[in-house]
Design a protein around this ligand. Structure first.
Ligand SMILES: [Zn+2]
Length: 122
């Protein structure tokens, strides 16, 4: 049996850390609305640098938001008594997988199937 209280504690800690990182990132960066859509003038290189920096920040922010959502989802499942069950097929998620990724909401085979679908859609 999974020692789920331990995983629950890890999830709560993870949630706190992710929220803090996200806050720091948002406090440091400029608002997304200020993102420039390119300029007709020169300085291409500088702009490219700036754009890739912004892109990295956006990617990091997206990753943090996604991770936070996953962690919150897992905490909700814990409270609902469905923690450790796959969202897609309802089977128990592999214990080793939960220990590695406590916020996992899909079993390995559903996760693999979904990853394939996502790649196909792009
Ligand atoms: Zn599944």
């Amino acid at each position: 049996m999974i020692e789920s209280t331990e995983l629950y504690e890890r999830l709560k800690k993870e949630k706190t850390q992710l929220s803090e990182k996200l806050e720091q990132l948002r406090a440091r960066g400029r608002p997304l609305a200020e993102r420039r859509e390119g300029s007709p003038y020169g300085k291409r290189e500088e702009e490219a640098d700036e754009a890739s920096g912004l892109e990295k920040r956006l990617a990091l922010e997206k990753w943090l938001v996604d991770s936070l959502n996953e962690v919150e989802h897992a905490l909700q499942k814990y409270e609902a008594g469905t923690y450790g069950l796959c969202d897609s097929c309802g089977q128990a998620i592999e214990q080793a997988r939960l220990e590695a990724i406590p916020q996992a909401s899909l079993c390995l085979s559903c996760k693999a199937r979904r990853a394939k679908d996502t790649r196909g859609a792009r």
